[in-house]
Design a protein around this ligand. Structure first.
Ligand code: PSU
Ligand code: MN
Length: 305
């Protein structure tokens, strides 16, 4: 590993050195998935929440050609404003690093960097997956591929509702990724608590997640664990309302010819516009809920040694 490519904040470095619990957080969720300046407030709140639980937050991003594990307030501001901030999935890492550019990491790149750094748990909003219309476009997120080969615990509210959820769940099975419902037997639909798709494994505590993950690793299995944690009930948006917005957002994307890596940020911003800001409130609530659970899983895993 070329350590010169990495930059740790002193807080993260000392926590990792001392074996204290650390929670990885991605930067695309706020840099490309939320409007400015609400995204700054969100990122700051995430760090505050993690610290209040006795865990060290590690926001992962690329700043001027360095992989940052933990970022400063100034770097956060730079990422949140979004000017010249690349969206960096695993395949984009070498390009962005070699040119000294800056970028926000998606689920796939954040997982990979967390693994490099020895961080076991990562909390996000929703993973990328199989896009609707995948049959003609072939658009399947790199997140799926990364979940199939990098063993970290990813705490999410399932996959974003803008996706083809049944297909995404099938892909997770094809790629041997364990999906654990947190106090649920249904795969969440991001903004809503359930997609109606059944999942087999339901867990009730961070300790149970840690126990299963330790067995998984003990067997030398290299896939990730996907924890599916539904949005809190009081913040959920009804599936019918959300579906209507998604249909409209997908139509606009088609009309304007938006595809590839621009598609997810475009659909999220359309959801924000069409819902009059409600989608953002729900997105923030579910992400904070996932961070809360992720921090508790990080503590449980650190106790296991
Ligand atoms: N979840 C959110 N908001 C986001 C994303 C996920 O609540 O913005 C981002 C994640 O970084 C995820 C990416 O990895 O969208 C997937 O993009 P794509 O579909 O292009 O692979
Ligand atoms: Mn894609």
């Amino acid at each position: 590993m070329n350590l010169l490519l990495f930059s740790f904040t002193p807080e993260v470095q000392s926590a990792l050195g001392a074996g204290q619990p650390v929670l990885a957080l991605e930067s695309t969720i706020f840099a490309h998935g939320m409007p400015y300046p609400q995204n700054i407030a969100f990122a700051e709140e995430t760090e505050k929440l993690v610290r209040s639980l006795g865990v060290v937050p590690a926001i992962i991003a690329i700043i001027e050609g360095k992989i940052c594990i933990g970022i400063t307030r100034k770097q956060l501001d730079h990422l949140a404003r979004g000017a010249n901030i690349h969206k960096v999935a695993v395949r984009d890492l070498s390009h962005v690093l070699s040119r000294g550019l800056s970028g926000a990491t998606t689920v796939s790149a954040t997982m990979r960097v967390a693994k490099f750094a020895g961080i076991d748990v990562f909390s996000t909003g929703g993973i990328g997956g199989v896009h609707r219309g995948w049959k003609s476009t072939g658009d399947v997120s790199q997140d799926i591929r990364e979940l199939s080969r990098t063993s970290v615990v990813v705490v999410s509210s399932g996959a974003k509702a803008i996706l083809d959820l049944p297909k995404t769940v099938e892909y997770l099975e094809s790629f041997s990724v364990p999906v654990l419902g947190y106090k649920t037997n249904f795969f969440p639909a991001f903004y809503s608590r359930s997609s109606g798709i059944r999942i087999e494994v339901c867990v009730d505590s961070p300790q149970e997640i840690a126990k299963q993950f330790n067995i998984h690793r003990g067997l030398g299995l290299s896939t990730a664990f996907l924890i599916a944690n539904p949005v809190p009930q009081e913040k959920e948006l009804s599936y019918d309302v959300v579906s209507a917005f998604i249909e409209k957002a997908l139509y606009s994307a088609k009309e304007t010819g938006i595809t590839g890596k621009k598609l997810t940020p475009f659909l999220l911003s359309e959801m924000y516009r069409l819902s009059g800001g409600k989608s953002l409130k729900t997105n923030i609530a579910l992400a904070l809920n996932n961070i809360h659970l992720g921090a508790r899983v990080a503590i449980a895993l650190s106790k296991k040694g």
